[in-house]
Ligand binder design. Structure first.
Ligand code: ADP
Ligand code: MG
Length: 275
């Protein structure tokens, strides 16, 4: 692994894309595990009621587990719900439970409904003994109040793009949402990182999608692409990230390279705003 120097700042990234099944959760957990494997201290916040990120990190999240739901709705401190992934002492997870599905509606009537995650995270980061290097938030596909809470709490948006037909569909809508959040809720928010996933270099289509995305977002697209790999898709059923499940597989190697790139580039602080 290349030598990495952590910035000393806590970088907060939300993994977003309004399409489902494009690799958001896979990217959130595998980037997080990769960052932890090179010495970063990382918290994954699972904001998707499906709880796939919690599963992949090997963290219990049955209905009676204290979860992000309790933080958003009942003002639990984040510290009270965070669990350590069995994969690494550096890898923490704020789990989701099925109750979170109701939070989307329940939040509507709450005070400061867009800021609840941000406030909880700030309180946690202020009080925590060991500083975190990264917070990675896994979002549901919809642009509801859960995703808006993530956008309000984060500085950076990371967008996984599946190298397939219609990959760019919905992207302008996502960028529009980011601009709206910038304007009304969080001026810091910007798209810092785009990661091409499920790449099959043998197909002309994948190459074309990759070229098109790179031509539009030269600054943000990581050099590393994540290949389509069975090992990546198998890992969650063992309650593991691919980093722990098969660290030598092509998918694991690519995720580690992408994580090192994320550290080395720093936050490409795009003060001009999002393209
Ligand atoms: P999202 O969170 O955007 O809905 P997921 O991360 O759950 O997407 O991924 C959707 C599906 O694609 C899952 O079954 C996952 O295992 C699979 N997948 C994701 N990335 C890869 C990859 N690089 N190679 C093979 N399968 C992948
Ligand atoms: Mg997901």
């Amino acid at each position: 692994t290349a030598e990495v120097h952590l910035s000393g700042q806590t970088r907060i990234l939300t993994v977003s894309n309004q399409k489902g099944g494009v690799g958001k959760t896979t990217t959130a957990v595998n980037i997080a595990a990769s960052l932890a494997s090179v010495g970063a201290r990382v918290l994954v916040i699972d904001l998707d009621p499906q709880g796939n990120a919690s599963t992949a990190l090997g963290v219990p999240h049955s209905a009676d587990t204290p979860s992000v739901y309790d933080v958003l709705i009942d003002d639990f401190p984040l510290a009270d719900i965070i669990q350590v992934s069995p994969e690494s002492p550096n890898l923490l997870c704020a789990p989701s439970t099925i109750h979170l599905a109701g939070a989307e509606i329940e939040l509507v009537s709450q005070v400061a409904r867009e800021h609840r995650l941000k406030t909880a995270l700030e309180d946690y980061l202020d009080a925590v003994e060991e500083r975190l290097d990264f917070v990675i938030i896994d979002c549901p596909p919809s642009l509801g109040l859960l995703t808006i809470n993530a956008f309000t709490a984060a500085d950076e948006v990371m967008i996984p793009i599946q190298c397939e037909y219609y990959a760019l569909e919905g992207l302008s809508q996502l960028l529009g949402s980011v601009r709206m959040i910038q304007k009304h809720l969080n001026p810091q928010l910007h798209v810092s990182t785009i990661l091409l996933t499920m790449y099959d270099g043998r197909t002309r289509l994948a190459q074309q999608v990759a070229e098109e995305v790179r031509s539009h977002f030269a600054e943000q697209v990581l050099h590393t692409v994540i290949p389509r790999s069975v090992r990546v898709s198998e890992a969650p059923s063992f309650g593991q990230t691919v980093i722990a499940y098969d660290g030598h597989s092509a998918g694991a190697v690519a995720y580690r390279e992408a994580a090192v790139e994320i550290i080395q580039r720093g936050d490409t602080n795009n003060s001009e705003g999002t393209p």
